[in-house]
Design a protein around this ligand. Structure first.
Ligand code: BDR
Ligand code: CA
Length: 313
């Protein structure tokens, strides 16, 4: 099994991503760390604890991470996930049956990386602040990381500004440290691909019929779905973070191409943007493995199977 840590800011799609990881026997979810992002840290942490309770895994440690970006304040939170981070439905989840881990997120990640006999895959699906802090504080632990599977960035533009995708925009300095400077093996799952992997409202309804847990998870989606309807005219939604978890669970389910990247940290309309260096002359051995394609039906089938697995346990 693949040892895994998820760093998250739940978040409607984060909720589905956590569920996919819990439902996947290929991985051993060692810990969950929380970060500010879609909403404030108190809410993302509470949502993570409630979700792990819902999923029957309150034994997995949930540790609290960064409350704000490394250098500059986050201009505002997301509008897509509702005031509570879960479309206004966070209160439909059970009260947490576990407390947050006494360790902070960086310390929990450090302890898990040190204790794991195998290098660990880390899946950051929120702002990259905790990961930047981990790499800054414990550079020698890089070799204990099998790879990062990061959900973030947009090649053809963004979703929170014209240039920037939300997770990179929240903390561009942290993103630059992690994606550009550290050279940790990284698969980057950008919103270009996650949007192509969008699921329909009918798909969600079927997941909802599969089990009580499936119904609770789908019960978190209405406002988020409505935002896709309103802004893009879709009858469905992107499940960005769950696509990254799919790649962590089934390495290679996403096809990748290696490119060096940059993250725009200057103030201006490009702040938080991802720059993919596609010049012919750039070295081919450095950079990130950017997820560029997948078998869309197979990917959706995989997510459906895992999100529907809670009924058959
Ligand atoms: C990313 O931003 C957040 O709103 C989602 O949870 C996802 O991690 C998509 O841009
Ligand atoms: Ca997220």
């Amino acid at each position: 099994t693949i040892p895994l840590i998820i760093d998250t800011d739940p978040g409607v799609d984060d909720a589905l991503a956590l569920a996919v990881a819990v439902a996947s026997p290929e991985v051993d979810l060692l810990g969950v760390t929380t970060v500010f992002g879609n909403v404030g840290l108190d809410k993302t942490t509470r949502n993570a604890l409630r979700l792990m309770t819902l999923l029957g895994r309150d034994d997995i440690p949930v540790a609290v991470g960064a409350e704000r970006p490394l250098v500059h304040p986050q201009p505002h939170v997301s509008r897509a996930h509702g005031a509570d981070g879960l479309s206004g439905f966070a209160d439909t989840l059970p009260e947490p049956t576990a407390e947050p881990d006494p360790r902070d997120a960086v310390t929990l990640m450090k302890d898990l990386l040190e204790a794991s006999p195998e290098p660990v895959t880390i899946v950051p699906i929120g702002p990259l602040t905790n990961i930047a802090l981990l790499l800054a504080a414990h550079p020698r632990l890089k070799e204990r990381i099998a790879r990062l599977v990061v959900m973030g960035g947009g090649i053809r533009g963004g979703n929170i500004t014209a240039a920037a995708e939300f997770n990179l925009w929240c903390d561009p300095e942290a993103a630059r440290r992690v994606l550009v400077e550290e050279q940790v093996p990284t698969t980057l799952v950008t919103m270009d691909l996650t949007k192509r992997c969008a699921v329909s409202s009918e798909w969600l309804q079927e997941v909802g019929k599969s089990s009580e847990i499936g119904a609770k998870l789908v019960g978190l989606t209405p406002d988020y779905l409505a935002a896709y309807q309103r802004f893009l005219g879709w009858d469905g939604m992107a499940v960005h973070d769950a696509v990254a978890v799919a790649e962590a669970v089934k390495p290679g389910i996403l096809a990748t191409q290696r490119f060096p990247v940059e993250v725009e940290c200057a103030f201006g309309p490009g702040r938080g943007g991802l720059l993919v260096d596609e010049r012919l002359e750039t070295p081919k051995d450095i950079g990130l493995d950017i997820a560029v394609d997948t078998d869309l039906d197979a990917l959706r089938g995989f997510l459906f199977e895992r999100l529907s697995a809670f009924g058959v346990r």
